[in-house]
Design a protein around this ligand. Structure first.
Ligand SMILES: [Ca+2]
Length: 416
């Protein structure tokens, strides 16, 4: 998942506020006080440093156009010019790989999957809160469904808007709040004019049950159709051995937007690696790619795959030969590749060349809704605007393909 912080780094990279940018696309503007860590524009809400607006820019004339790779009659892949390092060759599977994790969702195994319980919004001021509830995550006919519903269904419309204290602290390890950053465990509706997170949804992880290093992941899933829905399949490091995000890395196999009527909507998905010396120095723009499918990804189940060994990491769609993001992990160490300033200490010094992608990671599947970090450039830019425009998005949620459906998750290890 994209996070608020990475957009700040994007902005700093383009601090000259040029009217084009290297690859074209989104540019985010900040209040100048944000750079000093102070409150930005729209700081009246429960926030700290916020963007002030978006714009879409063309690629600068001197920029290298992004190559387009045709992958047959039904799909094409678009890659940024710097995604691939060094020669690559298809290597779909590895001899001797061994299945080490399998969930077909014949039942909901909560020994494996732990629910997040938090209003923190993923660091992106997303509009949902997560909890453990069979309304928002449930098994039906061998498929895990993640479904976004209205918070007002549970606490009533008036309480969403004013004077209601949402307390997710919990009373035991089983129901304890999992994230208090950004006021994630306790909020009061109406404080500073903001409604409570108006959507309920689900996020599950294997943080306490399963992690692995080097192998192949396949998730068979059907993405949700509906405005501002943001499904994701991704991995985070089990131990943050190189420090806090994103110094220890993040591997995003799939994230997508449920909208039909926006650029790069429900017929697209993205794969990204996040890495950097600290949150303001995320170099994800060097390791991201977008895949365009010929039809809505909510129409059918597809396989979202990851291949990851010491030398190479790539994501794929439906078949290991249909590569989306492709990263050579050995061309340079990541500190060199990221061209970090001398003032930043190298968190990966004295480690292997592929650090931080040489430690164990765990699985995450979630369904977010909206947010203010720029992942939805044309979307509502505050939780209040989102809720006020319910008349626009709510009708788009009334369709049979509205839930995020996961049929299976499998992981093969390359080593014993
Ligand atoms: Ca299944």
């Amino acid at each position: 998942m994209l996070r608020l912080c990475l957009i700040l780094s994007l902005t700093l990279a383009y601090a000259s506020a040029q009217q084009c940018n290297p690859v074209g696309g989104l540019q985010v503007f900040y209040d100048p006080t944000c750079a000093q860590g102070g409150p930005g524009c729209n700081a009246g809400g429960q926030n700290n440093c916020r963007f002030c607006g978006f714009d879409i820019f063309p690629a600068c004339p001197s920029a290298t156009p992004a190559p387009t790779q045709s992958t047959g009659s039904t799909a094409s892949t678009t890659r940024g010019p710097t995604t691939t390092r060094g020669p690559t060759s298809p290597r779909p599977t590895k001899a001797g790989e061994k299945l080490i994790f399998e969930d077909n969702f014949d039942r909901f195994d909560l020994k494996t999957w732990k629910h997040d319980i938090t209003m923190s919004g993923g660091g992106n001021w997303e509009f949902q809160y997560y909890h453990n509830n069979r309304t928002n995550s449930y098994i039906k006919d061998g498929v895990l469904h993640m479904k976004a519903t209205l918070t007002s269904d549970r606490i009533g419309e008036d309480n969403v808007k004013s004077g209601y204290r949402m307390d997710l602290w919990g009373g035991s390890p089983v129901d304890a709040c999992t994230g208090n950053n950004f006021w994630g465990c306790e909020r009061v509706s109406g404080v500073e004019g903001n409604v409570l997170n108006p959507i309920q949804s689900a996020k599950i992880t294997t943080v306490e049950s399963f992690s692995f290093k080097y192998g192949r992941v396949e998730v068979r899933a059907k993405l949700p159709l509906g405005d501002w829905l943001w499904p994701a399949i991704w991995l985070l490091p089990a131990k943050n051995e190189f420090g806090m995000w994103p110094a220890s890395g993040e591997i995003d196999i799939m994230e997508s937007r449920g909208n039909v009527n926006i650029p790069e909507g429900v017929d697209h998905f993205g794969s990204t690696l996040h890495w950097g010396t600290d949150w303001s120095q995320n170099r994800y723009d060097l390791t991201t790619a977008v895949y365009k499918h010929s039809s809505k990804l909510s129409d059918d189940f597809h396989t979202y795959g990851l291949y990851w060994d010491e030398e190479r990491l790539y994501t794929y769609f439906d078949d290991p030969s249909n590569i989306v993001l492709d990263v050579d992990l050995t061309a340079n160490d990541f500190f060199t590749w990221g061209k970090f300033a001398d003032s930043y200490e190298n968190p990966w010094r004295d480690d292997e060349i592929n650090a931080p992608f040489n430690r164990e990671f765990y699985l995450i599947i979630n369904l977010a809704v909206g947010g203010t970090n720029g992942y939805f450039p044309t979307g509502p830019k505050s939780v209040n605007e989102f809720y006020n425009r319910k008349g626009e998005w709510w009708p788009t949620w009334q369709n049979p393909d509205f839930t995020f459906q996961i049929d299976s998750v499998r992981v093969w290890s390359f080593y014993d």
